[in-house]
Design a binder for this molecule. Structure first.
Ligand SMILES: *Cc1c(COP(=O)(O)O)cnc(C)c1O
Length: 439
């Protein structure tokens, strides 16, 4: 074999600290606001739904935060994750570009989401929480949290968007296998759910609605806290382990990336890969181009407005300064369920506003075309969410060919597609359509 394809870190080389980009922003991040007073929220408002230790982390400006040994022990089930060079994809595209990907699909739940589910369950356990409530769209977050709760001995209740509950039974079964209770949302278990069902008994639900149900459940059930799988600062913090490992692995490969890409729904896997590189851009004056790739049917970064908005439909969350399509926006049902959120992480939004990153949007047919090309050249079937990044990588590699330039491209392969085969069935059967953006 002429060149190494895999760049692996040993167990002892797993990062011991998370990296917090809040410490290095040239302008401070606008704080979350109380919806009534429009004053910055105080920790006590957040401790109604989150444990104090995670609220402290959410608001921390510390650059480097130690990963508790108990969390590192569970990370060790699948971390450090591999970084690979996609030479067969390069060949198929006849591109002089070098394409590298960080593969987060090796986790037990098949995506990057356990990187934050595990510490969130751990900090709740330490704080005395007995039960976590959350929402999930297609089920990637629900199954990650269910796994983490089972490891730390917490109960877990998941409000799953009803259309996915019925159409995508496998992740529901995975959550149940981990011992979680799963309700189709809107449900009869909350006042807000009952109100929604009374207004529309056939409601398919939405992520924003399921968040409202999970928050209501949390405030009304003693011993219960809420957990969110993306968007918030502490989630971006936990995901930073992806980029920190990648920096070391690119050094092993002897290359420095020119372009770094990730798909973006709420922004957490993108933040995870790119924030340690954003730090180098700010502190070491590196010249990376960093690109977030979103679906053109839910284009918060490319078509949304940067403003304070709610995280949920019932308007129960604090107001977050983010690129948003509006909290009542109902995204069309595309096959990358994990990218159907109306807003974008405030930290990712701030990066775009400061010109540290760029954003592009892709329609789903191009995304699946790229995903299938990746599977047929590299052997690995990507999650439809991750295929958004691949579609942009393919275009970048083709530009390199046309311009006769070698560039080093690095992207995050956020998850595998083995529980998304129904979406591939639609695509391969020729039934997939591009859905217009509702922005
Ligand atoms: C949930 C999910 C996403 C989108 O969430 P982010 O917070 O934007 O990372 C992307 N890829 C996979 C595989 C997912 O499960």
């Amino acid at each position: 074999m002429s060149q190494p394809l895999q760049f692996l870190l040993g167990a002892a080389e797993m990062p011991t600290h998370w990296y917090n980009l809040l410490a290095d922003f040239p302008e401070p991040l606008p704080p979350p606001l109380h919806p009534g007073t429009r004053e910055p929220v105080t920790p006590d408002l957040m401790t109604a739904i989150f444990p104090e230790n995670l609220v402290a982390q959410e608001m921390s400006g510390e650059r480097s935060i130690e990963i508790p040994p108990e969390v590192r022990d569970v990370y060790a089930l699948y971390r450090p994750t591999p970084l690979l060079r996609a030479v067969r994809l390069e060949k198929a595209l006849k591109t002089p570009a070098h394409i590298y990907y960080k593969y987060e699909g090796v986790s037990p739940a098949g995506s990057h989401k356990p990187n934050t589910a595990i510490p969130q369950a751990y900090y709740n356990k330490v704080a005395g929480t007995k039960r976590l409530a959350t929402e999930t769209g297609a089920g990637q977050w629900g199954s990650s949290l269910a796994m983490a709760c089972s490891v730390f001995g917490l109960e877990c209740t998941v409000y799953m968007v009803k259309v996915s509950f019925h159409q995508k039974p496998y992740r529901k079964l995975l959550m149940q296998a981990y011992g979680a209770t799963v309700h189709a949302s809107p449900s009869e278990h909350t006042e807000f759910g009952r109100k929604m069902l009374a207004a529309d008994p056939k409601s398919n639900g939405s992520l924003g609605l399921a968040i409202s149900e999970a928050i209501e459940d949390t405030v009304k059930t003693p011993g219960t806290k809420y957990a969110l799988g993306s968007v918030l600062n502490h989630v971006c913090l936990h995901q930073s382990i992806i980029g920190q490992e990648s920096i070391r692995q690119m050094e092993m490969a002897g290359e420095e990336p020119d372009v770094i890409l990730g798909c973006a729904g709420g922004g957490s896997n993108f933040a995870g890969l790119t924030f340690p590189f954003v730090r180098r851009k700010l502190v070491e004056k590196k010249k990376y181009r960093i690109v977030a790739v979103e679906p053109s049917s839910c284009p918060s970064l490319t078509k949304g407005e940067l403003k304070y908005d709610f995280g949920d439909v019932a308007e129960t969350t604090p107001l977050l300064k983010m690129y948003t399509l509006g909290h009542t926006f109902m995204p069309p049902s595309i096959h990358a369920g994990g990218l159907r959120y109306h807003g974008m992480a405030p930290m990712v939004s701030h990066c775009l506003k400061l010109g540290l990153i760029e954003a592009v949007a892709y329609p789903q047919l191009k995304v699946f075309e790229a995903g299938v090309l990746f599977a047929r050249t590299e052997g690995l079937l990507p999650a439809p969410e991750s295929s958004h990044a691949i579609a942009a990588v393919v275009d970048e590699a083709i530009r390199c060919r046309e311009e006769g330039r070698t560039r080093v491209i690095l992207f995050n392969l956020s998850g595998n597609g083995l529980l998304d085969l129904a979406a591939y069935e639609t695509y391969l059967g020729g039934h997939m359509k591009d859905v217009g953006n509702g922005a």
